[in-house]
Design a protein around this ligand. Structure first.
Ligand code: UDP
Length: 326
């Protein structure tokens, strides 16, 4: 059954992959994006409305113009370091913006939402792998802003019957194999693009932020999940909401942790470049280790990640990065 889906933040890295996945699955995405960090050329033939979640009138207009079956919400500020320096930006964009979206949805009777949450809600977890019932004690404003939204969604489920699925992404990585879209932020802060830019000689080499963490090699460990696998989970979440009421929460990760040094080594293998790096001080707000137990998503959504090999994930990103004319 084709669904009309509002994709907030559809011009961004994960959102643009989602737009492509929705169209491939026969759904009808409409992108709502303020283009603050997104790229209009990345949404292909999808319908586009330029607007901001902080602009209630723009939201009411788009909900008045279309009849949506569901909303996917990728519009957020998402940099841990920036959130520590400028928390107001995070609470306004991520929390107030989502309040507005929920109000517009309620006014127009749209009752289904897939929300992009994050492993940052767990804070600095003590377990080697984290399941959804692990305590949520975020250690930075970014994680706190996302947890606030998850809390709102649970209350909206109880009071208004809103159906939602919050997907706690671990580290999104890679690019669609058909090409044309990938991960591009300005300035770039994420590990994998920065490693690949270093391989291309487009920055001053990789800066490793801290090698004195309590991890096997002293650098931070993360669980890298391919963006195409994130998208297949979102499609499954749309189906899930046709059967299930309430506010569900699922981790999305591969269950394997890789340290910053291991990612650097893998990138050297994939690119064939001896990538230059320096070790710098720690970045504020970074927990040492985040690795997912995604059994709940596998069972409840019938989801199976395809990209389980880190070299393969990096290869897809490299194909895109090495093809860019900067
Ligand atoms: N990192 C790094 N150098 C970079 C970018 C990131 O050492 O240029 C580290 C960062 O400190 C963290 C890990 O790589 O431990 C992943 O960071 P990223 O920003 O990609 O994702 P996050 O986990 O913050 O969402």
């Amino acid at each position: 059954q084709p669904q009309k889906v509002l994709v907030c933040g559809g011009a961004g890295y994960i959102g643009s992959h989602m737009v492509r996945a929705l169209m491939r699955a026969g759904h009808l995405p409409v992108v709502f994006d303020n283009l603050s960090t997104g790229h209009l050329e990345s949404i292909g033939q999808a319908e586009f409305v330029r607007g901001d979640l902080l602009d209630m009138q723009a939201l009411r207009r788009v909900f008045g113009e279309y009849c949506f079956d569901a909303v996917m919400h990728f519009s957020a500020k998402s940099l841990v370091g920036e959130s520590v320096v400028h928390p107001a930006l995070y609470y306004t964009n991520n929390v107030t913006g989502t309040c507005n979206l929920l109000e517009a949805m309620r006014e127009s009777g749209v009752g289904r939402l897939v929300f992009s949450s994050t492993a940052a809600v767990y804070g600095d977890p003590q377990a080697p792998v984290i399941a959804e019932d692990h305590p949520c004690l975020p250690v930075n404003p970014y994680g706190r802003s996302k947890l606030m939204v998850e809390t709102m969604l649970a209350d909206h489920a109880a009071a208004y019957g809103l159906r939602s699925v919050s997907l706690r992404y671990f580290n999104a990585a890679g690019a669609d194999e058909d090409g044309g879209i990938g991960e591009a932020h300005s300035p770039e802060t994420h590990l994998l693009p920065n490693v690949l830019l270093a391989a291309l000689g487009r920055n001053d080499g990789l800066k490793i932020f801290g090698d004195d963490y309590t991890t096997p090699d002293g650098t931070c460990v993360r669980d890298y999940i391919h963006v195409t696998d994130l998208c297949s989970a979102h499609l499954a979440a749309l189906e899930y909401m046709t059967l299930h009421a309430g506010a569900a929460v699922f981790n999305l990760g591969n269950g394997n942790g890789f340290s910053v040094r291991e990612i650097l080594d893998a990138a050297c293998r994939v690119t064939g470049v001896d990538i230059p790096f320096t070790v710098e001080g720690r970045r504020a707000g970074d927990p040492p280790m985040l690795v997912a137990d995604a059994a709940r998503a596998r069972t409840a959504l019938g989801w199976t990640p395809v990209y389980t090999d880190i070299d393969r994930i990096i290869e897809t990103a490299w194909r895109w990065h090495s093809d860019q004319r900067y």
